[in-house]
Design a protein around this ligand. Sequence first.
Ligand code: NAP
Ligand code: MG
Length: 400
Amino acid sequence: MEKIQMKTPLVEMDGDEMTRVLWKMIKDVLILPYVELRTEYYDLGLLHRNDTDDQVTVDAANAAKHLGVAVKCATITPNEQRMEEYPQLKKMWKSPNGTIRAIMDGTVFRTPIVIDCVKPAVKTWQAPITIARHAYGDVYRAAELRTDVPGECTMTFRGEDGSEQAVSVQRVEGPAVWQGMHNKEQSIRSFARSCFQYAIDLKQDLWFSTKDTIAKIYDGRFKAIFAEEYEQHYKADFERLGIEYFYTLIDDAVARVIRSGGGFIWALKNYDGDVMSDMVSTAFGSLAMMTSVLVSPDGNYEFEAAHGTVTRHYYRWLKGEKTSTNPIATIFAWTGALNKRGELDGTPELCDFAKKLEKACLDTLASGTMTKDLIALAEPGFEARAVDSEEFLKAVASRL
Ligand code: NAP
Ligand code: MG
């Protein structure tokens, strides 16, 4: 066939371990035979990050801002154990995802890939629920204090203009613990914009929930900024698309989510998003079926799988064993990026290819050919055949 052409390159961020192995296989078997692939390639593998003093991560993130679409492979975030495993590391480099998120100023949206043979733990859920977690401040940047004598704690803000605002937190008679949290209006606003923007992209309702009845100033400000952004910039588009922005209290939202049929985006503050994303992803099935996209407020996108580098499988693969690692979320990162590139460039053939590749994956699963992780989750009675990653990709390719 004549290969599908791309007008603009996308940013390709390579990664580590088993996902790096899958990365190459996916390109070779499912993309390069059909698409005249144009990418700006950045090697975010741990050793290359180390060689470049992590400059490559910064360059990749800037390229994503410039070209508008990126696809990223999972990467190792070094910890103590990794420092021993890779003695050549100059330092414990920061999480690449954190660096990229800070540069793109984006919000991460996680969406499960739902298939018939794996039923969500919540019976009413038919369509995926996308979680958007605000990734700045609150308890993650809090100052904490433990005291053991009676006394009073106050909170004081000193403005650079010399002004001062103070409030008494509490007077206590004995030992106590304290926490001072903050958030920035600019960060909340960016979060709101990314959420509205992505809801328009997906043509889905956006839910947002906080506890503004209790945290009247703090959560109240989140609520007000979302409302302002909606009224000023997004209401007309929402009405045109027939989608809804819905604000409710966090506890009411939790109850409604469980009773819902899914098919919407749920925006949450940092801590709520941390907790709820684990609950929702587990209830939908498996981390290996979870996609993730970083959306910046000005409409740049970075697509990836939500899972990590699948280290345990990699060490088996190094010993020459075949592994049954699930490539679906990484394939969907590629299709997400190709589809978005096609939308932005006005090349419908590219969007069409991305959709066909996704359908080939889902049809392969529906036919019962799947990796081992899914076999364990499949409904009783569903007849399935476990294959290794390579066989799975070949099965998808033959359908494609
Ligand atoms: P992980 O790589 O997601 O893997 C945890 C376990 O989940 C695996 O051992 C495997 O279970 C199962 N699993 C995950 N993805 C799978 C897939 N595609 N197919 C089949 N099974 C899958 O998490 P981790 O072991 O905590 O982290 C490993 C490395 O990844 C760390 O260095 C971490 O820094 C990095 N990480 C990167 C990202 C990112 O770049 N976005 C995110 C998270 C973690 P079994 O072994 O039981 O089969
Ligand atoms: Mg969590």
